[in-house]
Ligand binder design. Sequence first.
Ligand SMILES: [Zn+2]
Length: 598
Amino acid sequence: MKNIILLFIVLFSIQLSAQRNCGTVQYLKDKQMQDPGIESRMQLMNQQIQQITNSKDGKSSRNVIRIPVVVHVVYKLSVQNISDTQIQSQIDVLNEDYKRLNTDASLVPPPYEPLAANCEIEFCLASRDPNGQSTNGITRTLTTANSFTINDAVKRSVTGGKDAWPTDKYLNIWVCNLTDPLLGFATLPGTVNASLDGVVIAYKYFGRIGSQAPYNKGRTATHEIGHWLNLLHIWGDDEGSADPCAGTDQVNDTPNQEGENYGCPTFPQVSCSNDGDMSMNFMDYVNDACMYMFTNGQGERMRTTLENFRSGLLTSSGCLPALAPSDCDTLNNITGGDGLVYYFMNELLPEETGYLTGTSSLGYKAFAEKYTSSEEQIINSLRFDFAIASAQNANTLITAVVWDANGPNGGPGTSLQESTFALSDVIANVDGFTFTDVYFPNPPVVNGDYYVGFVLSSSVGDTLAIYCNQLDEVNINTAWCRDATGTWYEYSDQASFGQALSLAVRPIQCIPVAVEKIQPMSLTVYPNPADNLINIIGGSGSKSWMLFTVDGRLVNSGNVSNSNEFQISTASIHSGVYLLKLQEAGDVKVVRIVVSHP
Ligand SMILES: [Zn+2]
């Protein structure tokens, strides 16, 4: 008797681990109990997909659709905190299976070979998070929950899980300890609240490195993401109906099939008068090693779903590199997607009517331009407009400096901040007719009078000249120079025969004067750096845009009506750093962009 009981238990446990168990249908049934409208919405979507598919005249040329993925690892034990390597192996599997690059694709039996599809869908671990910041596409959350099952607990922080990233822009995959024998479950499009949309996979069966047989080839995620892209089980989920061949998976080219297959069946297993069950389809229940195809019809259904019912993913920036951090964000530790409004200096650069030479032949070692601020201001960088530059010493460094005004006669006094730059870079900028921008790693704060300028090296034979402007109308000199003994002079006294001058160097400041948090507009600008065109995605209503140089000169502006996507031509704009200011209904965003013409 004891032996019999023992035998029964052993058999039962083998049965548990041997059978694939997908929770998607049960999850859907649970949701339908709460929301009876799901049924009719799914029917309507199926009709629409059929109409769209019928209206397509064959398979036209098209782009691969790329889906940004965030993997939320929710773990209690360290074994559940799976490695980055295991996660990447799952992404690799998806990119093979959905583009028919899987090595076992050749195992598809001859009758079904013509149906095997390259679905032209690929996946990336997100490189940009919802705030535009850099990410590896993986979150890790320590939980007190021993396990999760077919409900939404793992998708919410308050229930021991992790809140989703915006589900219209990312495929959210939660990886956690699911109650045996559950392998995973998914949400079909349009069936749940957006915050719950995504796929849940047992950590033991995720990826093909570190996962457990017989579900150790990453096919559980391939299967569940198939559901997430609107595929149904290949046998039509008609359990319990009078006619076991009545169910449909809403796809025309998959054979009619009575029920699910387990393990690794030998082809053909005939049911419903078919040529053999398509048990090797990713949407059957066989072992990972025994499923290796989607059909063309399944691929079309997934792509049509993406293009029409998950279209936010098509414009997601999740796979793009992170936005270059705004210097102002860094300076002020503004985080979390809050909008900033910046104050720009709007002074024009001086007219380029002449230049001063900075060779040591005159004995001047440093040049400075006087500014006055009426309030506390941060000097983020200096912009120089140099006129002539040449180097005898290829390694010559120049030093950009901000001085206080506490020197003799109100001249430059103590250095507040310095940053070196290469004369060779200046030569390239002069040749390219562009400014030289020098940033301060630790930006100084000024208030009242101060000076900005540069100090030459002692290297003999180098030449550096900066444009200047004669100010004879007002006769107020703002240019100063320092000789080899360290004494500062007003330039009008020493070197310009009484001419008042100003130098073409401008402090660049950016001061956030407002932080807006109400319904912030998420903004994506790409590519960055840009050559001839910038794409802007964000907001939804009418908006205005302005493109500034970093010192506040307006380069171009425009208005856009009721669009979340538009383009700005940068073909005729010089290479350099710019600030794009976008305003929509009181929400202002500023993005630092780089224009770089090869
Ligand atoms: Zn399933």
